[in-house]
Ligand binder design. Structure first.
Ligand code: ADP
Length: 225
């Protein structure tokens, strides 16, 4: 049985960096580790449309109903389900750089109260019950405030789905604040672990954060049968 991990956080919080670090760490310890990244912009039919959405081809962020947007992100994972299942069958640890919670946080951010709750329930039902995607054993939430995350984004070198410096979602700080708010709500749940990446006024170093994550995952591996 593999340990199925998700790494979550707002854009620029360090998910890609830490997913790669964790993957390398686990392999250095002799574990078979697989690393997946969602959306799979180039590999799935839905993923390509996610890229189009993020580049504004369907209109502004607010003009496309979040329920319809959620279908694209969920469809990308549905198309990837066999890949996920194969990874879980063949590897000790499967790391997902973004998973279902990204859909929940990003679409849930566009409403509040009862409407948000209903949308969140709808997305989770779609992904877990209808599409039968596996639930993560552990979700690591990289918590970075929007200001610090945007500083990291500004320094980000290369993007493979947009030529714009920041895509539609990243450009909107207020939107990212609401996304973080949903993540903070989710992160109080079971099977979640928050990694506080900002201490005082500084983002902790990549090494410090990687060491904390490695310790959390080592503990999970020791607990899992
Ligand atoms: P995400 O995948 O969450 O959007 P990235 O891992 O791509 O974030 O990180 C965004 C940028 O910030 C990258 O250029 C990365 O090298 C850099 N970065 C990530 N974590 C840190 C950190 N703790 N300190 C400094 N720079 C970081």
């Amino acid at each position: 049985m593999s340990l199925f991990l998700a790494i979550e956080g707002i854009d620029g919080s360090g998910k890609g960096t830490q997913a790669a670090r964790l993957h390398a760490y686990l392999m250095s310890k002799g574990h078979r580790s697989a690393l997946l990244s969602f959306p799979r912009y180039q590999q799935t039919m839905f993923g390509q449309k996610v890229g189009d959405f993020l580049n504004g081809r369907f209109g502004t962020l607010e003009s496309v109903h979040p329920l319809l947007v959620s279908l694209l992100f969920a469809g990308d994972r549905f198309e990837s389900r066999e890949l996920i299942q194969a990874a879980m069958a063949n590897y000790d640890v499967v790391i997902c750089d973004r998973y279902v919670a990204s859909n929940v946080a990003h679409q849930g951010a566009k409403s509040s109260g009862t409407e948000r709750k209903e949308l969140i329930d709808w997305i989770q039902h779609l992904e877990y019950s209808i599409y039968k995607l596996p639930r993560a054993d552990l979700t690591l939430f990289l918590d970075v405030d929007v200001e610090h995350a945007q500083q990291l984004i500004a320094a980000k070198s290369r993007r493979d789905y947009t030529e714009k410096a920041a895509d539609l979602q990243e450009a909107d700080a207020n939107y990212l604040r609401r996304v973080r708010e949903v993540y903070l709500e989710l992160s109080s749940g079971a099977q979640w672990k928050s990694i506080h990446c900002v201490h005082g006024s500084h983002v902790r170093t990549i090494d410090e954060i990687a060491a904390e994550i490695a310790a959390v995952v080592d503990a999970s591996l020791q607990r899992s049968p």
